[in-house]
Design a protein around this ligand. Structure first.
Ligand code: SF4
Length: 245
């Protein structure tokens, strides 16, 4: 099986509870959503090569033809050492769920970063991913084209499918901008609180005119969410602070 891949590189995880761990990042192109704060370029077409950084941190890339086979990707992953896990990111990696399912013999565990709106994809990969960083998108954060209720329900279903088990850690990340409504966050948390090990409130990195939440807002939200989930942490995007990819 093959899938288009934008790039493969090594960096430190910049978000959530595994911040700082060294990971291989496999970035897939395309997404089924258009979030206002998205910082992933959408300018990708099938003619583009997959750029692979063979030596971590060098910024020196070699090109692989797209689409890439799972054997090729497993070979690239195997060439690295001292890696915590393989971050499958995007875009939206669950658009390529059947391909991800074939990565099961990976040398390092798989860490899925997903918007959680594709439950059928979640079902495909549930037995192969060891870590799930799942977003819960709020109304107003993306263009849901009038179908937010469907996305909301699909997100709850995906969390149920990829829930925390003895094999898999699943946590939820909610992006917090200044216009986020407290009750909406708490309603979302109510749907998934039994599926996750912890909730991460991630203050938005201001982009495209989206404003950062204030510290007061974040503390109030954390306080309220702790009534529902035992561990609620406020963790910003750290890789942006030190200029990492
Ligand atoms: S889900 Fe992620 S990749 Fe997709 S548009 Fe939103 S922020 Fe960007």
């Amino acid at each position: 099986m093959r899938a288009p891949i934008r790039e493969v590189f090594v960096s430190a995880q910049g978000e959530g509870p595994y911040v700082g761990y060294r990971q291989i990042f496999v970035r897939f192109p395309r997404c089924n959503l258009e979030c206002k704060y998205c910082d992933t370029p959408r300018d990708w077409d099938a003619e583009r090569k997959c750029k692979v950084e063979l030596r971590p941190g060098t910024g020196e890339f070699v090109d692989f033809d797209n689409p890439v086979s799972e054997e090729q990707l497993l070979g690239i992953i195997k060439s690295y050492e001292r890696i915590h896990s393989v971050s499958l990111t995007g875009g939206e990696p669950l658009l390529y769920a059947k391909f991800i399912k074939e990565l099961k013999p990976s040398k390092f565990p798989l860490y899925l970063e997903t918007n959680m709106t594709l439950p059928e994809g979640a079902r495909e990969v549930k037995d192969v991913v060891k870590y799930v960083s799942g977003d819960f998108k709020l109304q107003g954060q993306c263009d849901f084209k009038g179908h937010y209720e469907k996305y909301f329900n699909d997100t709850a279903r995906s969390f149920s499918i990829l829930r925390h088990t003895s094999f898999r850690d699943c946590f939820c990340k909610i992006i917090v901008s200044r216009d986020v409504k407290r009750d909406e966050v708490l309603h979302a948390v109510d749907q998934i609180k039994d599926c996750i090990t912890e909730l991460i409130l991630q203050p938005v990195t201001p982009v495209n005119g989206v404003e950062a939440a204030t510290p007061k807002q974040l503390f109030e939200l954390q306080e309220a969410a702790m009534d529902k989930v035992e561990t609620v942490r406020i963790i910003p995007q750290t890789h942006k602070m030190w200029g990492a990819l």
